[in-house]
Design a protein around this ligand. Structure first.
Ligand code: PGA
Length: 222
């Protein structure tokens, strides 16, 4: 089987106390599951939780990599509220770019997203580039794409595994990217239907990553 990415996106959720609790639980859950080197586990918490998550991963020797949910389209400088790659690279190996919630609520355009990809790559951060459909433009340098149909995000109505497979194959053939992940209402119950598809290289759960038990179930069943 090909490499699988399991990417948790906490979105705008969790406090410091809830983060500590999640890590205490996931440490036990992962210990039970055991290490599986074919699965790359990535957690994308809100920015202020990144240092704490990094500390807790180190302390518990967890096989979890960190990603951010966004990156500034600019370098370091006078850009109030933006988090630059120069800072992020101290904490993350990956970065979600172009999530449909960023496109919708923060008016992110293709140009801005392409700038973000440039910034991520310039700082050695691997973009996890989200697209809503098979025809979306994918900037040069992207190697991991997350296909997330808008109607399936947070709705409890996932895409069919067959459609996800067809889109993943199409995106790889058209853009030459190495990995395509599926995201949208993934649970521990349906995850395997997606990961068993030839061209689907993992999943990106949002809601189900908030519970350490559900997230561990997804990792186990993937
Ligand atoms: P969901 O979110 O798993 O809650 O549907 C997925 C996402 O938006 O990345």
């Amino acid at each position: 089987m090909e490499k699988q990415f399991i990417i948790g996106n906490w979105k705008s959720h969790k406090t410091v106390a809830q983060t500590e609790e999640w890590f205490a639980d996931i440490a036990l859950e992962l210990h039970e599951i055991g290490q599986d080197t074919d699965k790359t586990i990535i957690l994308c918490p809100p920015f202020p939780l990144l240092p704490l998550c990094k500390t807790l991963i180190g302390k518990n020797h967890l096989p979890i990599h960190l990603g951010s949910q966004d990156i500034s389209p600019f370098g370091e400088g006078a850009y109030t509220g933006a988090v630059a790659g120069t800072l992020l690279r101290n904490f993350v190996e990956y970065c979600i770019i172009g999530h449909s919630e960023r496109r919708k609520y923060f008016a992110e355009t293709e140009e801005i997203l392409a700038q973000k990809v440039i910034q991520a790559k310039a700082h050695g951060i691997e973009p996890l580039y989200c697209v809503p459909d098979k025809d979306a433009r994918i900037p040069h340098g992207v190697n991991i794409v997350a296909f997330e149909p808008i109607a399936s995000i947070g709705s409890g109505h996932p895409d069919t595994p067959e459609d996800a497979e067809a889109v993943a194959r199409f995106i790889k053939e058209k853009n030459g990217v190495s990995y395509v992940i599926y995201g949208g209402s993934v649970t521990d119950k349906n995850v395997h239907e997606f990961t068993q598809q030839t061209n689907v290289n993992g999943v990106l759960p949002g809601g189900a990553s908030l519970s350490s038990k559900d997230f561990a179930g997804i990792i186990h069943n993937a």
